[in-house]
Design a protein around this ligand. Structure first.
Ligand code: AMP
Ligand code: MG
Length: 320
């Protein structure tokens, strides 16, 4: 069974092909604003312009033709409406044209499922960290439960916003990571953890005020140390409370070495398992949508209209 997955929720347009759960291709292109942050209509325009080529490349790499696809899977949300519409229109058109099933995939759950597959950890606590989303998730009784989350902006968004003020283009995460490795002095920043929830906008404001007086490298180092410690603290508490023996970190920010190192240390100290996921699949991509579409292959025909605020815990998980 072949599944074509389409991802277009925000900055990245991706297309991936999965055959019987095995990933055959994962092609993508990321919109990079000329200045400032993501402009939704510009990102959507990028996706419309590149979609045909990326889908073609993905099919070619998988060595399959469009008429052999059994299911079209589309990232249904959460995300930016103009961007979501691109994936929706393309996948609806294809499923109508070839008279095949269409499945709407929750983008956050796709990040979770590809991380479980990548790490081989079947029932971990999941720290999902990207630009728009930051959640600590566990699985209980047929749902992915959000145990803790950001009360304002995602950790990746905080990093991107500070990066922008430092003159670093989107996505700032990898460059901030490089700078942080040269930082030596820890600067105390707001550590905002409220119950199981975290908050990052205070840190963003605080760091913005220090940009002219402190060294970039020290600020980047301190941002990572503080923000990641908050996330690992919330994850550890979720593990203790839910009695889970392992942790996976997924989403674009999971590409960060220091965050993974902190996760590994925390797990080691409590005798739990930690496996780092493959970087290729941690940020937004089409293969994770195809793979989750494959897991959902027996779901009944569904309405796949875009859902910009689609919650992780809104989906009934029938395949676990
Ligand atoms: P996603 O939407 O899941 O693709 O995640 C994108 C977010 O991940 C953006 O905010 C990036 O700045 C962030 N990101 C990517 N690589 C890294 C990294 N190495 N360290 C920190 N953040 C990163
Ligand atoms: Mg994402």
């Amino acid at each position: 069974m072949y599944v074509l997955g389409i991802e277009s929720t925000a900055h990245t347009f991706g297309a991936g092909v999965v055959k019987d759960g095995k990933i055959l291709s994962n092609e993508r292109d990321t919109y990079k604003p000329k200045q400032g942050g993501i402009i939704p209509n510009e990102a959507a325009h990028h996706h419309y312009m590149l979609a045909p080529e990326i889908i073609r490349r993905s099919l070619k790499k998988a060595n399959v033709s469009m008429d052999k696809i059994d299911i079209f899977a589309v990232s249904q949300g959460p995300g930016l409406m103009p961007c979501l519409r691109v994936g929706y229109q393309i996948s609806r058109f294809l499923s109508d044209k070839f008279n095949k099933k269409i499945i709407g995939v929750n983008h956050c759950i796709a990040h979770i499922e590809i991380a479980r597959r990548s790490t081989g950890l079947m029932d971990p606590v999941m720290l999902y960290v990207s630009g728009g989303n930051t959640q600590v998730i566990t699985y209980e009784n047929g749902r992915y439960i959000v145990f803790g989350e950001t009360q304002d902006i995602g950790v990746g968004n905080m990093i991107d916003k500070i990066g922008r003020k430092m003159g670093i283009p989107f996505p700032a995460g990898p460059i901030i990571e490089d700078l942080s490795k040269k930082g030596k002095n820890y600067i105390k920043l707001p550590y905002s953890i409220k119950g199981m929830d975290v908050s990052f906008s205070g840190m963003e404001t605080f760091v913005s005020r220090l940009l002219n007086t402190k060294k970039k490298e020290d600020l980047c180092f301190s941002i990572q140390e503080t923000a990641f410690a908050m996330l690992i603290e919330a994850s550890e508490r979720a593990m203790a409370y839910c009695k889970k023996e392992s942790l996976v970190i997924t989403g674009g920010v999971a590409g960060n070495d220091r965050l993974n190192e902190m996760g590994r240390i925390m797990c080691k100290e409590r005798g739990a398992k930690f496996v780092r996921m493959e970087k290729e699949f941690s940020g937004d991509n089409g293969a994770m949508i195809a793979y989750t579409g494959y897991l959902m292959r027996d779901y009944e025909t569904m309405d796949v209209t875009p859902l910009p605020t689609y919650r992780t815990d809104a989906v009934e998980i029938k395949y676990r």
